[in-house]
Design a protein. Structure first.
Length: 175
């Protein structure tokens, strides 16, 4: 009888490792299924909500194109001061959306320069002396460049800004 218990003990020792391997396999499989399900749900929910996070639309990644600049010849004008003669010398460069807009701006330069001259001569030295005055002038200059230019208007494909992104001062002297 001493031999009979020995074989019974051997199968009992090999049985627990099978159970632990099975249990480990089940746990790993469950984690994988839950992980894949979670990723799938995240992707589906993201598409369903139009890429929104926390109720806010996600910013679309816009390819940043290098800036294109259209420099204008400097302006020297009399300012509209009544009590004293003041002059303004200003250098302007428009930042535009692309080479095609730059070419259109150059083609419309006489009209753009005329509009700018009329705007600048309506200003006083006091209007332009402060940073706020310069910022207001910059906004007005951008609005001037964005105005339609007759039949040969800036491309409407550029949107409401007509491809004019910004204006930069390269010189600003009041005497």
């Amino acid at each position: 009888m001493s031999k009979a218990p020995a074989p019974a003990a051997a199968p009992a020792e090999s049985a627990p490792p099978k159970k632990s391997k099975k249990m480990l396999f089940i746990i790993v499989a469950a984690v994988l299924v839950l992980g894949i399900g979670g990723v799938g749900t995240f992707l589906i929910m993201g598409k369903r909500h139009g890429g929104e996070k926390d109720g806010k639309p996600e910013a679309k990644k816009v390819e940043k194109k290098p800036s294109v600049f259209a420099a204008l010849d400097p302006f020297t004008v009399n300012l509209a001061d009544r009590d004293r003669d003041h002059y303004l010398q200003i250098g302007l460069t428009y930042e535009v959306a692309g080479k095609d807009v730059e070419e259109e701006v150059k083609g419309q330069m006489p009209l753009i320069r005329s509009r700018i001259l009329l705007l600048l001569t309506s200003k006083t030295a006091t209007d332009l002396a402060t940073p706020q005055g310069k910022a207001k002038l910059a906004g007005e200059l951008i609005a001037l460049a964005r105005q339609p230019m007759g039949e040969s208007a800036l491309p409407s494909a550029q949107g409401a800004d007509h491809g004019v992104v910004n204006v930069h001062f390269s010189a600003f002297i009041i005497q």
